[in-house]
Design a protein around this ligand. Structure first.
Ligand code: ATP
Ligand code: MG
Length: 467
């Protein structure tokens, strides 16, 4: 009994189960954040709200990133003012959202997002007015629109490192959940009881992984452990929200590391069931292809070049295609219709998990269709393909497949040469092709696929096709 009591005192959950109502306060000499690093517009919003008598702070990712010496993606503000009160203070403000309202204050291209302090719905506290439960049977919060105090607001945030508030007037950082300590120790830690917080909103599991990958942090043991058991809860999340989350996971510049963590925590299967099955069936090729696609995407983002969700999804799902095509062919379907049918069913199924908008699903099909057309080069076909607006994406994808270890008889090199060749060289390349096809036992160039970790990527990665 006594032992249990002492253990409970030592438990790392203890500090978060009993939330602090007084924050740790860091004065401006105790942290590295400087006003000059902060968007002028964000400071103006905070100061304006404070002048009007409300509490207002910079909060979340921007404080976390500035403390880490990173450039914030955007600046979020938390305030005691209601959305209507915020809107009344600014001419350039718009209230958005229905489930919970936020205010967007527009300054040219920059948008400062202003959220009213909110509180957690206590468990079992259902909305008496509407007679509706605020949670479903697995504990997921269905409505999250209860306003609260600054202390409440800190406790309902996801990670300790995301619950930091900065007051530009005093240049102080308010830390309600020991987030600064976790930043120092490079730890991702849920606020409160991790299991309950994941049950309330399973997307928090993806957020934990995303920030671990982005910041190079590890997920603290008690926050990591429940993920394996709860990953399946993501199946209940609306597919449109998961599509948005997948883009953040893979198109924020740390996709390769994020993918490895998703696999490690069993989070890939609820997002991409067919890809997870392919990873089991054919681990080396699947890991190579997806890993290379993500490494190239990360590189493009680092270089400030555009990326498209279509190329990403085309790569994520490609390793799942062959087994489906084979199945349909076994049932007597010819190769090309089998491929068409497999592609269609794969995308339709994936949309049930992550609602892929048509403007992306069409180019996925086109990138895949190109893979069927690129080997057929005789006559005028090669030149027609070169003029096709999807050629570049299709060609990049072809190189990706070869780099991942597919044996395609030097097709990628052929297309690389063809693009560089002049007219007469091109004609001769096409003639050689016919001659080679006619020759008995034409020698086949064999190449062995290597590990993505060892081989440098050749492809351009996510190409700007589509967007
Ligand atoms: P970044 O914008 O760099 O991706 P961020 O931390 O600002 O990181 P946002 O998605 O912009 O992430 O969310 C802003 C803040 O809102 C977070 O820092 C966190 O405090 C809170 N938040 C976001 N999503 C959740 C969630 N699902 N549960 C609880 N709090 C959340
Ligand atoms: Mg943000």
């Amino acid at each position: 009994m006594l032992k249990k009591f002492i253990q409970s005192l030592r438990s790392p959950l203890r500090r978060s189960k009993h939330p602090r109502s007084t924050p740790e306060i860091l004065g401006n000499s105790q942290h590295a954040m400087r006003r000059t690093q902060i968007s002028r517009n964000a400071i103006n919003v905070v100061e304006r709200l404070q002048k009007a008598g409300y509490q207002a702070y910079l909060v979340g990712g921007c404080v976390r990133d500035l403390l880490l010496g990173l450039e914030p993606k955007d600046f979020d503000v938390a305030t005691s003012a209601t959305p209507e009160q915020v809107r009344a203070e600014f001419r350039n403000a718009r209230v958005i959202g229905r489930r919970f309202k936020l205010v967007h204050v527009h300054f040219g291209r920059e948008i400062i997002e202003v959220a009213t302090f909110r509180a957690n719905h206590p468990q079992g506290d259902d909305d008496e007015d509407s007679n509706q439960a605020s949670r479903n049977e697995s504990g997921r919060i269905l409505r999250d629109n209860v306003y609260g105090s600054l202390e409440d607001d800190a406790q309902r945030r996801d990670l300790t490192i995301n619950a930091l508030y900065y007051d530009p007037a005093t240049e102080r950082v308010l830390d309600y959940a020991q987030g600064v300590k976790d930043i120092d120790n490079q730890q991702i830690r849920l606020i409160g009881d991790p299991t309950q917080r994941y049950q309330e909103d399973p997307v928090r599991m993806l957020r934990a992984v995303r920030f671990a990958a982005k910041l190079g942090f590890s997920i603290e043991k008690h926050s990591a452990e429940p993920i394996h058991h709860l990953a399946h809860l993501l199946r209940d999340i609306p597919s449109a929200r998961l599509f948005e989350e997948v883009l953040k996971l893979f198109l924020s510049g740390y996709g390769e590391r994020t993918f490895d963590l998703l696999v490690e925590y069993d989070l890939l299967a609820p997002l991409f069931p067919a890809s997870a099955a392919a990873l089991k069936r054919d681990p080396e090729y699947t890991e190579n292809l997806i890993g290379l696609a993500l490494a190239n995407t990360d590189k493009r983002i680092a270089e400030g070049r555009p990326v498209t969700p279509a190329f990403l999804f085309a790569a994520m799902l490609w390793p799942a295609l062959p087994a489906r095509v084979a199945q349909l062919q076994e049932r007597g379907m010819l190769p090309i219709p089998a491929m068409q049918e497999a592609a269609q069913s794969l995308i339709t199924e994936q949309c049930q998990r992550t609602a892929i908008p048509k403007r992306f699903s069409m180019p996925i099909r086109e990138i895949w269709d190109m893979q069927e057309r690129l080997p057929r080069r005789q006559g005028k076909r090669a030149d027609l393909l070169l003029e096709n607006p999807r050629f570049r994406a299709g060609y990049d994808f072809l190189l990706l497949r070869e780099d991942a270890g597919e044996e395609l008889d030097g097709l990628g090199d052929w297309w690389t040469d063809y693009q560089d060749a002049n007219d007469s060289e091109r004609r001769s390349m096409i003639r050689d092709l016919v001659a080679k096809d006619d020759a008995p036992d034409a020698p086949r160039k064999r190449r062995r696929g290597g590990s993505r970790r060892k081989r440098g990527p050749k492809t351009e990665g996510a190409s700007p096709a589509g967007e």
